[in-house]
Design a protein around this ligand. Structure first.
Ligand SMILES: N[C@@H](CCC(=O)N[C@@H](CS)C(=O)NCC(=O)O)C(=O)O
Length: 203
C-alpha cells in the first residue's frame, strides 16, 4: 500500500491530490508542519533534511515531490495524465513539470519566508521585492503559454500537480495580478476539482 508522509499547506498536497485524482488506495501519515514532527529522528530517517513529501511503497521510500509524482504515474496508474514519449506534447510536459521546482519554487519559498514565516522585524523588503519580480516573470511565461488552452499542455496532465499547484499557491499569496487572466481562470479550474479540494483540506 502506498503510504504518504504529509503535512498540510505543503508540497505534500501535490501527491495527495494525484492519489485522489487517480483513486488509488493509500495510507496517510499526517504530521504537523512543525520541527517537532518534521525534524524528529523518526522522520529524518525518511528524509535527511526532515522535509515532506515522502512516499513509501513496497519496501522503497523516496522524497522529492516531482520524483514521487513521476513514480506514481509510471509505476501505478497514469490515468492518461502523462503523454507518451513520442507525442508532440511530451517535450512540453517535461518543460512544465520541471519549471515548478526549477524556476518558481525558490522565489515562492522566499516570498513565504518574508511575508509569513519570519517575525516582522526580520523580514527584508529588498529580498522580498527581488523574489516577487522573479515569480512574476515566471508567471508571465505561464500566462503566455496558457493562451487558448485550458491546461498547460492542452488537456489536464501531470504538470498540473507541479506547476499548477505552484500557481494556486502564488495566487493565494497575492502574486497573480490582473495582467494574468489566463492564470486566474487556470487556478479556478484547478481549485474546482474535487480531488484538489480533498488535498488542500486534509489537516
Ligand atoms: N524539492 C523538494 C522540496 C521539499 C520541501 O522543501 N518541502 C517543504 C514543505 S513544502 C518542507 O518540508 N519544509 C519543512 C522545512 O523546511 O523544515 C520537493 O519538491 O519535495
Amino acid at each position: 500500500m502506498l503510504k504518504l508522509h504529509f503535512a498540510p499547506h505543503s508540497r505534500a498536497e501535490r501527491v495527495l491530490w494525484l492519489l485522489e485524482e487517480l483513486e488509488l488506495p493509500y495510507e496517510l501519515n499526517i504530521m504537523k508542519f512543525h520541527p517537532e514532527d518534521l525534524k524528529s529522528d523518526e522522520h529524518r530517517k525518511r528524509h535527511p533534511l526532515g522535509r515532506i513529501p515522502v512516499l513509501e511503497d513496497d519496501g522503497i521510500s523516496i522524497y522529492e515531490s516531482g520524483a514521487i509524482i513521476d513514480y506514481i504515474l509510471e509505476k501505478h496508474k497514469n490515468g492518461g495524465l502523462k503523454p507518451s514519449v513520442n507525442s508532440s506534447e511530451y517535450p512540453y510536459y517535461l518543460q512544465w513539470f520541471h519549471f515548478c521546482e526549477g524556476m518558481i519554487a525558490q522565489p515562492m519559498n522566499t516570498i513565504v519566508v518574508h511575508t509569513l514565516l519570519l517575525p516582522p522585524d526580520r523580514r527584508d523588503d529588498v529580498v522580498l521585492g527581488q523574489a516577487k519580480r522573479l515569480a512574476s516573470k515566471s508567471l508571465m511565461a505561464i500566462e503566455e503559454s496558457l493562451n487558448g488552452k485550458d491546461y498547460l499542455i492542452g488537456s489536464f496532465s501531470g504538470v498540473e500537480f507541479m506547476t499548477g499547484h505552484c500557481c494556486t499557491k502564488l495566487y493565494d499569496l497575492g502574486c497573480v495580478s490582473d495582467e494574468m487572466p489566463n492564470i486566474q481562470s487556470y487556478v479556478k479550474k484547478i481549485k474546482d476539482r474535487p480531488a484538489f479540494q480533498v488535498a488542500i483540506n486534509t489537516k
